[in-house]
Ligand binder design. Structure first.
Ligand SMILES: Cc1cc2nc3c(=O)[nH]c(=O)nc-3n(C[C@H](O)[C@H](O)[C@H](O)COP(=O)(O)O)c2cc1C
Length: 415
């Protein structure tokens, strides 16, 4: 019987002492040149203290400086301060660290990029007017982005990280390619599942080719986009088979996009107000496991209690339990669970408006910021204040750093 404290060795050889993983959560803590800072170090030191040696997946690092998910993401391009990333790694001590790599595509806000890019020119993401209409990428630009995943992976390896996770979930660029709703291309980057998967498969190949077999290369994938005409569970099953053929070491299952935030349990199909219902994507995890052969499956989304974790590990088709929001407010939770704690369902911080998703995300992001500043979490932080801070913060930082970013982009080799 697999238990929370049963060790697991990934196909790459990376040894995990137990089954609890800190899932990726954007930190928004870089400096104005998108470099790692001492706040990242403090944060990862804090998370490692409570992780009992368990795997830590970083918040998303960007592969293209022109298109960020947050104004203060780390960017893993030729300008990266590798020594700074090495210090983040060192702060995590005995916990393995893998960096999530991402390109936001159409989900980059208008303060950061006036014209986002996407597989096809599609509608703007409808969220508080923060997103602009994207233009379609040229084939040569897609090749450059794919190469960027390889460059980023190689830099992470140089920094001593244990691996990377290619982000193909939550409606970001690689998930946009996977989704027939957003990807209406008729060339070899679109069409059937194989065509829509090409950008992801090539990003994985680039990451592998630039690092080698002992370096963990994983993927975070949606079970579904939770939208009519989007990426489905049947598609996801096929993509998993393609990823297995590429020799990935870990597949994390999540779901949803900015427009349909299933990742937080916020869609009707999952049952309204779902924090009561645990493990949003558990039903798909079984299908994922049978498609994945021996590749370990990590499940993330709404998992809260020890009993649910144990049943997922025991007969639910899941190898690793991913935790996001709980670790933003209780970084010691993995150690507590391993010592026998029951876990607990979280209170909700969602606002009952269109800004609900951003409000919830920012509420947790604010707590992550506090941990990075060496402070304790603040449970009574007001969600409306957090949401407002998100919009004004992104606006101010996004616009003010535009010129610096443009200068760095210009100084990149090959531009
Ligand atoms: C503040 C915050 C930032 C997040 N940033 C990322 C991210 O960078 N990459 C990612 O794949 N998921 C991100 N997520 C989603 C989590 O990884 C996870 O999928 C989601 O929170 C559901 O898991 P949970 O119910 O355990 O929180 C973020 C979530 C939060 C709350």
């Amino acid at each position: 019987m697999t238990r929370l404290d049963t060790p697991l060795t990934l196909p790459s050889g990376l040894e995990l002492p137990h089954r609890i993983v800190k899932a990726a959560m954007t930190e928004n803590l870089s400096d104005a040149d998108n470099q790692p800072t001492v706040r990242h170090e403090a944060l990862y030191r804090r998370w490692a203290r409570g992780a009992a040696g368990g795997l830590l997946v970083t918040g998303n690092l960007m592969v293209d400086r022109r298109y960020l998910e947050r104004s203060r993401n780390i960017v893993a391009d030729a300008h990266l301060d590798v020594a700074g990333l090495r210090r983040l790694r060192a702060a995590a001590d005995s916990s393995p660290v893998i960096a999530q790599l991402n390109h936001p595509g159409r989900q980059t806000n208008r303060f950061l990029a006036a014209t986002p890019v996407a597989p096809s020119a599609s509608a703007a993401v409808p969220m508080m007017g923060m997103f602009a209409r994207p233009r379609a990428l040229e084939p040569a630009e897609i090749e450059t982005i794919v190469t960027g995943f390889g460059t980023a992976a190689s830099l992470c390896q140089q920094a001593g990280l244990d691996g990377v996770q290619v982000h193909a979930a939550h409606g970001y660029l690689l998930a946009q390619f996977l989704s027939p709703y957003v990807n209406q291309r008729t060339d070899s980057w679109g069409g059937d599942v194989a065509g829509r998967s090409r950008a992801l498969v090539e990003a994985v190949r680039a990451a592998r080719a630039s690092t080698g077999p002992g370096f963990t290369v994983g993927v975070k994938l949606n079970s579904s986009d939770f939208r009519h005409g989007g990426f489905t569970e049947d598609d996801a099953e096929q993509v998993i088979r393609l990823l297995v053929a590429e020799g990935v070491d870990l597949i994390e299952i999540s779901g949803g996009t900015y427009e349909s935030p299933a990742l937080f349990g916020e869609v009707a199909e999952l049952g309204a107000g779902t924090n009561a219902k645990e493990a949003y994507f558990a039903a798909f995890a079984r299908r994922a496991r049978s498609a994945a052969g021996g590749v370990p499956i990590m499940l993330t989304g709404g998992i809260r209690t020890r009993s649910v974790m144990e049943s997922l590990l025991d007969d639910g088709g899941v190898d690793l339990i991913g935790l996001g929001r709980p670790l933003a407010i209780d970084p010691d939770l993995p150690a507590k669970l391993l010592a026998g704690a029951e876990g607990t369902v979280l209170p909700r911080y969602t606002l009952p408006t269109a800004i609900g998703f951003a409000g919830e995300s920012e509420w947790y992001e604010s707590q992550i910021g506090r941990l990075g500043a060496g402070l304790e979490v603040k449970p009574n932080l007001n969600a409306a204040v957090a949401a407002t801070r998100f919009v004004t913060g992104e606006l101010g930082r996004g616009i003010s750093a535009r010129r610096r970013r443009a200068r760095l982009v210009k100084a990149l080799p090959g531009t």
